[in-house]
Design a protein around this ligand. Structure first.
Ligand code: 1CP
Length: 344
């Protein structure tokens, strides 16, 4: 039996139970994942469909979540565009030759995944035929991808990124356009291969003032979601620290808006209106709280989230590597036991 609760909630249809999945649900907190990582790097996992399928399925089998998310990274397509990166342990993506000049942007290739990332499409095809829950494909948002490409790695203040944005707006737009073309094409290929929903991870776009988001990023997001809409799958837009941007997020064309724990869901709903579904927003740090406290907080989120149709339970950001897998399982059970009709 195929469990389509997640897809129905994305479309703001009524569901008997609230669907739940977790950002970064495949990863370090799990001993089996760590054992696989002893033998393969993150990129190597992505290059081996049989391993990548196994890693993607793990959280579905172990936690009972209602959706799988392709095991990959937002940087994989950046490599395929011709900008090499490495994932450094305990740091994140590092780019030795960051984007500085117009020629660096011109050189980036809007690639064909069948040619450059065939293993990703093979992984998706296998997952689509084997999974009993929907598969979420994903891409990075252009701002977040640009931040790694310009800074050369993780950043606290995005100084070089914001500097390019305001000092060289034409070059910035050229980069946004290139990344948007890539995102539309690559996400489309993921759906063709069998992905049933798409999430755009724009993790760091919340570092922008709303007026800068509107001027320098939003038009690109509108173009992306308009380009993806014909695929007919739910489109999710997520970023961290985006409280002040939520109203703008709701008019990008995304169908589902991810919310972090800094904004109560009831407030988020006021900011986004009633045309989109919401996803979130359990604080990942609260997976370290006593069970009763976890439950109290989850019920509070569920009560706020289910006031309107279209709610998907998730964390406000990714699972922390030191999380106890038992806490994740417990949270899934609490969500599934919640009675939508009675609100308890
Ligand atoms: O092997 C490891 O454990 C290294 C850690 C790791 C993992 C597990 C990295 C390096 N990437 C991943 C996989 C990954 N990345 C997934 C897997 C699917 C899942 O189970 O959810 C996903 C969805 C991503 C997406 C991703 N990569 C984002 C967006 C989501 C988010 O967490 O904000 C970002 C910002 C990245 C960049 C990245 N890759 C890896 C790290 C540690 C980071 C973040 C670095 C930073 O803080 O800037």
């Amino acid at each position: 039996m195929f469990n389509d609760t997640f897809l129905r909630a994305c479309r703001r249809e009524k569901t008997a139970t609230v669907p739940v999945w977790f950002m970064r649900q495949a990863g370090r907190y799990d001993a089996d994942y760590r054992a696989i990582r002893e033998r393969y790097s993150l990129v190597e996992i992505c290059e081996h469909p049989e391993v990548c399928v196994e890693v993607t399925k793990m959280p579905v089998e172990k936690l009972g979540v209602d959706a799988a998310i392709l095991f990959s990274d937002i940087m994989i397509p950046v490599g395929a565009m011709g900008l090499p990166f490495e994932i450094r342990e305990h740091v994140g993506p590092i780019i030795a030759t960051p984007i500085r000049h117009e020629r660096d942007v011109e050189r980036l290739e809007v690639f064909d995944a069948k040619e450059k990332l065939p293993h990703v499409l093979q992984t998706i095809e296998r997952l689509a035929s084997e999974l009993t829950v929907p598969l979420i494909g994903f891409v990075g948002g252009p701002f977040t991808l640009a931040s790694y490409m310009i800074e050369g790695g993780p950043s606290r203040d995005y100084l070089k990124t914001k500097q390019m944005m305001v000092a060289r707006p034409e070059l910035w737009q050229k980069l946004m356009d290139k990344l948007a073309d890539m995102v539309i094409r690559y996400a489309g290929e993921q759906v063709q291969a069998g992905a049933q929903a798409l999430q755009v991870f724009d993790s760091w776009v919340g570092s922008l003032a709303p007026s800068d988001f509107v001027q320098y990023v939003k038009p690109t997001m509108q173009r992306i979601f308009a380009g993806l809409q014909p695929l007919g799958v739910p489109l999710i837009y997520f970023g961290v620290n985006t409280g002040e941007l939520l109203g703008e997020f709701a008019t990008t064309g995304a169908n589902v808006i991810g919310v972090d724990w800094r904004v109560p869901l009831a407030n988020a709903r006021q900011r986004v209106g009633s045309d989109v579904a919401l996803q979130g927003n359990f604080d990942p740090a609260m997976l370290f709280a006593p069970a009763a406290e976890m439950k109290r907080r989850a019920i509070d989120i569920l009560q706020q989230g289910t006031k309107d149709p279209g709610f998907i339970f998730n964390l406000g950001h990714g699972v922390k590597p030191t999380t106890d897998i038992a806490a994740l399982k417990y949270l899934v059970d609490v969500v599934h036991e919640f009675d939508v009709n009675r609100g308890v």
